[in-house]
Design a protein around this ligand. Structure first.
Ligand SMILES: O=c1[nH]cnc2c1ncn2[C@@H]1O[C@H](CO)[C@@H](O)[C@H]1O
Ligand SMILES: [Zn+2]
Length: 355
């Protein structure tokens, strides 16, 4: 059977668990918003700016990759700007065929021009709602859930965790920590994670991206993470004969979802190339692997493009793409009956037709 083409993949329903709001702006929107506030950018055309982000993020280091966010965060400091960026995000994901997305951002990074934390969250939630409505009327329905992120080098995780509970019935479906990983272990935020567990809430932790097994182990066994953001370095606990160490065995046995982000990992040096990305091995060994974009702007990518790259590198067909999609949907932070409805009523019928 012919390999799925990029256009076919675009039309297939996809589920996305790991996408940063401030890593997915349209270059043209950044130019507009920067002009409004007099923020200086490294390029003056949308094409040039898009290329600048990909090149600057292509540094082999997570720390340098994260420096590029200074420009996106700078233009996301008013309710209007946050609303626009969130609305366009929902619309763009839907147009790419994403039917379910969890999009994350760090409210504490959007207070520079006087917004309060609740104002930031409400502007983004309204934007997602409006963008989803617009996409539905254009024939591309999408459900967007919001994850609130706390920055791991900062000290506001408890406040952000409380914010996620305050908005849990208004579109916030979970919590996360992000930022430089080396030197900032998840246990720095243990109080926030323990609070969320007592609140019966859900959270994922960026772990096993720029730092290895100790970070993954802490995220799971100290902090109680439901999922791992990246988690790609779990391969350090898999032997050359595919034997699993205790931590890798735990991750597989407990069906801990891995939010794998192939292109992002190549840019930050967590993987040498797409072809050598551990997603191939992790799929073969039946870990609960999912495919994600991380930052569409910095990687010049989309959910369809990530899947097309895997088709090219690993020879995947529709059954593998469906497997990744169902894995993601099973691992989403929305209620079980809603996950099941998307799997049975939207995803499986569409892939049955494609295959
Ligand atoms: O792959 C990543 N690893 C760690 N932190 C990240 C990654 N991508 C983005 N951010 C960080 O998360 C913040 C909130 O969205 C971004 O501002 C960026 O600093
Ligand atoms: Zn990320």
């Amino acid at each position: 059977m012919a390999a799925p083409t990029y256009d076919e993949i675009r039309r297939a329903p996809k589920a996305l668990l790991h996408d940063h709001l401030d890593g997915g702006l349209r270059p043209a929107t950044i130019l507009d918003l920067a002009a409004d506030i007099g923020h200086q950018l490294p390029a003056v055309t949308p094409e040039g700016l898009g290329e600048w982000f990909v090149a600057a993020a292509d540094s082999g280091s997570l720390e340098r990759y994260l420096e590029t966010f200074a420009h996106t965060v700078a233009v996301m400091q008013t309710a209007e700007a946050l609303h626009r960026v969130a609305k366009e995000c929902a619309f763009d994901l839907a147009t790419d065929g994403v039917v379910y997305a969890e999009v994350r951002f760090a409210p504490e990074q959007h207070l520079e021009r006087g917004l309060t934390l609740p104002e930031v969250v409400e502007a983004v939630l309204d934007g997602f709602r409006d963008g989803s409505a617009e996409a539905a009327s254009a024939g591309s329905p999408i459900r967007v859930g919001t994850l609130l992120t706390a920055m791991r080098h900062a000290a506001r995780s408890m406040e952000i965790a409380e914010l996620s509970i305050r908005y849990r019935d208004a579109g916030v479906v979970g919590f996360d920590i992000a930022g430089a990983e080396a030197g900032y272990p998840p246990t720095r935020h243990l109080d926030a994670f323990e609070y969320l567990q007592r609140e019966n809430s859900h959270f994922t932790i960026h772990a096993g991206e720029a730092f290895g097994l100790p970070s993954i182990w802490q995220a799971l066994q100290w902090c109680g993470a439901d999922r791992l953001g990246h988690g790609v370095r779990i391969v350090d606990d898999i032997g050359p004969d595919n034997s699993l160490g205790r931590l890798a065995a735990y991750v597989r046995d407990k069906r801990i979802p891995l939010e794998l982000c192939p292109s992002s990992n190549v840019q930050t040096g967590a993987a040498a190339s797409i072809r050598e990305h551990p997603i191939g091995l992790l799929r073969d060994l039946r870990f609960r692997a999912t495919v994600n974009t991380d930052n569409r702007l910095m990687s010049g990518t989309s959910m369809s493009r990530e899947m097309a790259l895997l088709v090219e590198a690993f020879g995947y067909g529709w059954s593998e793409l469906q497997w990744f999609t169902v894995n993601a949907m099973k691992s989403a932070f929305i209620p079980f009956d809603e996950r099941l409805a998307l799997i049975n009523d939207v995803i499986k019928p569409a892939y049955a037709k494609l295959a």
